[in-house]
Write a protein that binds this ligand. Structure first.
Ligand code: NCD
Length: 293
């Protein structure tokens, strides 16, 4: 049984297998998908808000011929009565063939995996990890830019609280990418996740012209105290992009976006974030297919 709780489980060989499987799912996009897992059931347990992750896992399961059982309103689950995550997972695991879990606690996926009788896929837990997002991000970088020679990647935004960047840095290092951090002082990448040679900036203008990939994230307001962002002004503007962005820059964002990424940029061919979101479907089909096999 194969749980996916952390990117620490991955290496470039496994990623390559997942990427090629995702390519095959993409290739079938406008044809009919062969139903590879009819009769299987996936539980989508979302104890934190989600649009893309929940929807893409749900549709991925349907496209593979599996059915989906969803819990996305904690008010109506036994968690509201004080049931532990472990008890919920034990029981749901006895009903379904795979569990997709989003949860506010950093260690929720590991705890779930310890007691589950079926594969658990971490769909974003706390601020620590979001492995499936990191896999689709790396897949997008490989498709849009390539990995040889290694790209220079700027990770920008709320690097302290954003779980997508906490997972993505580890995958970028597998491909020897040069990593640059751009964030307000209070929201820097935690020291424990930084490595030597990875340089931090507080101003995008100081590094934009040297980036091959700009990975933007929103301020995680729900995870910080009020007032922290007062006077903090950061983001990409069409003018900065015009003046400093390389012609083949790849602009990414896990979405949802806020003021840091104005809609005017959507029309620029370098804006890859909607292609990135679409890639999420193919990558999650590949991941679910592995879990259900
Ligand atoms: C991210 C998340 O939930 O961590 N969204 C996503 O899964 N695409 C990013 C975010 O919420 O900012």
């Amino acid at each position: 049984m194969e749980h996916l709780t952390s990117v620490d489980q991955l290496d470039t060989n496994i990623l390559d297998i997942i990427f090629r499987a995702a390519d095959r799912c993409r290739g079938m996009r406008f044809k009919s998908y062969p139903l590879s897992h009819p009769g299987r059931v996936v539980a989508n347990l979302f104890y934190e808000p989600s649009t893309r992750t929940a929807a893409s896992f749900h549709v991925a399961a349907l496209r593979l011929g599996a059915s989906v059982f969803t819990v996305d309103d904690v008010k109506f689950s036994s968690m509201a009565k004080g049931e532990t995550l472990e008890d919920t997972i034990r029981v749901i695991g006895s009903y379904v063939d795979a569990i997709v879990l989003r949860h506010p606690d950093d260690d929720a996926a590991e705890r779930a995996a310890q007691v589950s009788s079926v594969p658990v896929i971490n769909a974003g837990c706390g601020t620590r990890e979001h492995p499936t997002q990191a896999i689709l991000d790396m897949y997008t970088i490989q498709r849009e830019y390539g990995t040889t020679p290694p790209p220079t990647v700027g990770l920008m935004g709320d690097l302290r609280n954003g779980r997508t960047v906490h997972s993505l840095v580890k995958l970028l290092r597998l491909y020897d990418a040069k990593i640059r951090y751009i964030s307000p002082g209070e929201l820097q990448m935690p020291i424990s996740l930084k490595r030597g040679g990875e340089i931090s900036f507080s101003d995008l203008g100081a590094i934009l012209d040297r980036l091959d990939v700009l990975y933007m994230t929103r301020m995680q307001r729900e995870r910080m105290h009020a007032g922290l962002l007062d006077g903090c002004n950061y983001g990409l503007t069409p003018m900065m992009l015009k003046q400093h962005g390389k012609p083949n820059l790849v602009i990414m964002h896990p979405l949802p976006r806020c003021e840091e990424l104005p809609v005017e940029i959507d029309w620029d061919p370098r804006a890859a974030y909607f292609r990135q979101a679409e890639n999420g479907l193919y990558v999650r089909m590949a991941l679910l297919s592995r879990a259900l096999s």
